[in-house]
Design a protein around this ligand. Structure first.
Ligand SMILES: NC(=O)c1ccc[n+]([C@@H]2O[C@H](COP(=O)([O-])OP(=O)(O)OC[C@H]3O[C@@H](n4cnc5c(N)ncnc54)[C@H](OP(=O)(O)O)[C@@H]3O)[C@@H](O)[C@H]2O)c1
Length: 343
């Protein structure tokens, strides 16, 4: 005999969120719209916001044309989550305004990343920290170059054998799309202003530039290792999209082998390990962190008990480095943390 259980239609419905995107017309904003659509995020209402100069423009979401509006206090009323990618100044001023309306902010800028009351989240690495959003109503998305490096280092650091990463030396090769839509358009049009430039952001005291400082402090916060030694050298290169990194590192335990390092990387979610090397074009349009050329380094004079390894790490800076990471956080928030808080 077959019993049919009738479930009321309303119970089958997925609860849908009202979402605001601030910076919708930019490189990251446009990709966030695409990723929300691709991942079928349950959206009831989507509001697209940019600067006044874009007010009245139209963008497409799920085949429909949708108007872009400027920022005001009222736009957050009745919305659940705001995805911000309009730069640091906008985030500093407007993220607290959104939260006053009960709208949780996931912010792509540098504005809140190092605030002790704001979680800095990579969903594959520290998803549980999302719960801390309740303190300020803000969750920060790390810098693009930090995300891909920590994605590759974290499975090595948090391993079942309890070896920990001790020192990191990283050199980046970052695409022009990381400098925003206008810079990318100038490169695409053939401007000759671009070269291999070992400076991203202003220089700080001591000669480090802002991008390097971000990689250093954000990595320590996400990996919860304040005493990690990190040397970073960040370089802008004249390619349109996709960041590459050479990462040299060692462990606080000496006897880890190259085979174990490769096995840990091979079994990590969202990492694709190859025997040769990936290039930026391989990563464009994907959400994977691609790792290749993993090898043991013989460093003359280094302590014999300290084995060093290196790897080549590539990712799409606009997707996993920004938009996809943000949408993944929004999914975790909407499907768990936000509900738990309102229970
Ligand atoms: N690109 C990356 O690889 C990457 C990765 C991680 C994080 N981020 C961060 O994400 C943010 C956006 O980067 P992006 O590359 O998308 O920059 P972008 O292409 O220059 O886009 C900036 C966006 O912000 C909007 N905007 C600027 N001023 C505004 C204002 N006063 N009010 C409202 N909207 C305003 C712009 O609107 P209009 O079009 O109207 O000017 C545009 O939508 C930055 O904080 C960046 O550091 C970028």
């Amino acid at each position: 005999m077959i019993f049919l259980v009738l479930v009321p239609h309303t119970e089958l419905k997925v609860k849908k969120a009202n979402i605001v995107i601030v910076g919708a017309t930019g490189n990251v904003g446009r990709e966030m719209i695409a990723v929300l659509e691709e991942r079928n995020f349950p959206i009831a209402r989507l509001k697209l916001v940019a600067s006044e100069k874009s007010s009245g423009k139209f963008m497409r979401y799920r085949g429909f044309s949708q108007g872009v509006e400027g920022l005001s206090k009222e736009i957050f009323h009745g919305y659940d989550i705001a995805l911000f990618s309009a730069g640091e100044a906008v985030s500093r001023t407007w993220a607290p305004v959104a939260w006053e309306s009960g709208c949780v902010v996931i912010d792509n800028s540098n504005a809140w990343r190092m605030d002790d009351e704001v979680p800095l989240v990579i969903p594959e690495v520290n998803p549980e920290t999302i719960a801390d959003y309740i303190r300020k109503g803000i969750i920060a998305n790390p810098n693009c170059s930090t995300i891909q490096m920590v994605m590759a280092l974290s499975p090595l650091d948090k391993n079942p054998h309890h070896y920990g990463i001790q020192n990191i030396i990283v050199s980046t090769y970052q695409s022009v799309s990381g400098a925003g839509a206008e810079a990318e358009a100038r490169l695409a049009e053939g401007s000759h202003e671009f070269d291999v430039i070992p400076q991203i952001g202003e220089f700080l005291e001591g000669g480090t530039c802002e991008e390097e400082a971000k990689m250093i402090r954000e990595t320590k916060k996400i990996m919860e290792k304040p005493h990690l030694n990190i040397v970073a050298n960040t370089v802008r290169v004249p390619i349109l999209r996709g960041h590459s990194e050479f990462v040299l590192f060692n462990f606080d335990y000496s006897y880890i082998s190259i085979e174990v390092v490769k096995a840990l990387l091979a079994s990590a979610p969202c990492i694709k390990l190859t025997d040769s090397y990936p290039i930026a074009q391989d990563a464009v349009g994907t959400d994977y962190v691609l790792v290749g050329r993993v090898r043991e380094e013989k460093i003359s004079g280094a302590d014999d008990n300290q084995k060093w390894f290196s790897m080549w790490v590539v990712a799409d800076n606009i997707r996993k480095g920004a938009a996809t990471n943000t949408v993944q956080i929004a999914e975790l928030l909407w499907n768990g943390y936000l509900k738990k808080a309102s229970n």
